[in-house]
Design a protein around this ligand. Structure first.
Ligand SMILES: *Cc1c(COP(=O)(O)O)cnc(C)c1O
Length: 407
């Protein structure tokens, strides 16, 4: 009998990735083999607390039983039809998602970037067909330090040079203003403005919460100019901040929301644009689509996610555990942390000058059994799954306190 000597150790697996996959990421040297709830286990059998949740794709933790059951059940029935035919999950999924989010229509897509692309296309079409903007001149106002995904059009309005360099020529029609600056937003909106596209909290930028009143003012300016407000809630939405949508904290409604990440329950890519019929209704057959968008498996998983969110339990956990997280992190300001931002179980923490880099802090945390990731030089993003226990949360915060401690 011959046995194939495949990869077994962490370094074997990393060497394989390095040799055979493109190098567009710089992951920590941990190779995960199994996961459950807020914990993951690597190929060496070492277990870690997940303090990142796949950038909020794992809000319900790893392999939530209700989500896995829904996926397994659907795997035994039908997984893909394409949109050439109807199937028995999509209408229910769209109805339930619209009702959950208080919207009227759903455009089902797969990745977050696709949802943002779709919202951009819909806003432009709406501007020409409904608002009456002269053909080819519509503008979308976006914020500096945004993150909306990685497609060519989306990186066209990124302000991150690493994300843009050598990918031009870029898509025109975007105007960038400083995030959080209502006066700059007012000055940028014209009669050609189709939409203002904002993250209610900028996750990738370091969990940046805008000044109080900014989002309400953005809503008011859009109403005044007859422009759409598009909220990218792909990371901030679906209970991460303690409410279903981060905009809910401000009592503000958007015309369109982009959703993704946690909508797929950490099982598969599921994204959507949700919003009003007056806007999403502009799409006619053949004008937009996706082979996998709204597939039966995605809809079945999405429906199970919606059922979890409808209980309010995860929003409550985020609020309660988030208060504890922010209370404890706040005590570290001046003791290794320069600043703590965020809402609910979501925090961006800036390490004080003289402390470790974000990368070194992430490496030190991994040694202590906590998986976290730097988002900028000295900034860590803390986003544990909302199923985490208070004891686990405390263990992770203790580890953070230890690695950022000034020497
Ligand atoms: C992650 C993210 C996206 C892109 O989602 P992908 O699924 O990675 O394409 C877009 N917007 C925001 C706010 C995100 O956090």
């Amino acid at each position: 009998m011959t046995t194939f000597a495949g990869p077994t150790t962490t370094s074997d697996y990393i060497a394989l990735d390095d040799r055979w996959s493109t190098h567009n990421y710089h992951p920590l040297g941990v190779v995960i083999a199994e996961a459950e709830g807020a914990s993951v286990t690597d190929v060496d059998g070492k277990s870690y607390l997940d303090f990142l949740s796949g950038y909020s794709a794992m809000n319900f933790g790893h392999r939530h039983p209700a989500l896995i059951a829904a996926a397994k059940d659907q795997l035994d029935r039908v997984t893909l039809t394409s949109r050439a035919f109807h199937h028995d999950q999509m209408g229910l999924y769209c109805q339930e998602l619209a009702e959950l989010t208080g919207t009227e229509m759903v455009l089902p897509m797969n990745s977050g970037a696709e949802a943002v692309e779709s919202a951009v296309k819909v806003a432009r079409k709406w501007a020409y067909q409904v608002k009456g903007v002269p053909d080819g001149t519509a503008e979308i106002v976006v914020a500096g330090s945004n993150f909306h995904g990685r497609t060519t059009t989306i990186v066209s309005f990124s302000t991150d040079e690493t994300a843009r360099a050598d990918f031009g020529p870029f898509t025109p029609g975007f105007v960038t203003v400083k995030y959080g600056d209502a006066a700059a937003l007012r000055d940028a909106i014209t009669e050609r403005t189709a939409a203002v596209l904002l993250e209610p909290i900028q996750g990738e930028a370091g969990v940046i919460v805008p000044p109080a009143g900014y989002l309400a003012e953005a809503r008011r300016l859009c109403d005044e100019a007859g422009a759409l407000l598009i909220a990218d809630e792909i990371q901030s939405g679906l209970a991460r901040t303690g409410k279903l949508l981060a905009l809910d904290h401000e009592g503000v409604r958007a015309d369109l929301y982009t959703l993704g990440k946690a909508l797929g329950g950490g099982i598969m890519p599921v994204s959507a644009v949700v919003g009003s019929r007056a806007v999403l209704g502009v799409l006619k057959p053949g004008e937009h689509g996706s082979t996998f968008g709204g597939n039966p498996l995605a809809c079945a998983v999405g429906r199970a996610v919606i059922r979890l969110l409808a209980t309010g339990e995860f929003q409550e956990r985020s609020t309660e555990l988030g208060a504890h997280l922010h209370g404890r992190l706040g005590e570290l300001v001046g003791k290794g942390l320069a600043e703590v931002r965020g809402r609910g179980l979501w925090a961006g923490i800036d390490i004080s000058p003289g402390g470790p880099t974000g990368r070194d802090a992430s490496l030190a945390l991994a040694k202590l059994g906590v998986l976290c990731k730097e988002t900028h030089d000295a900034t860590l993003r803390v986003a544990p799954p909302l199923v985490i226990s208070k004891a686990e949360l405390d263990r992770g915060i203790d580890a953070i306190a230890q690695v950022i401690k000034p020497s």
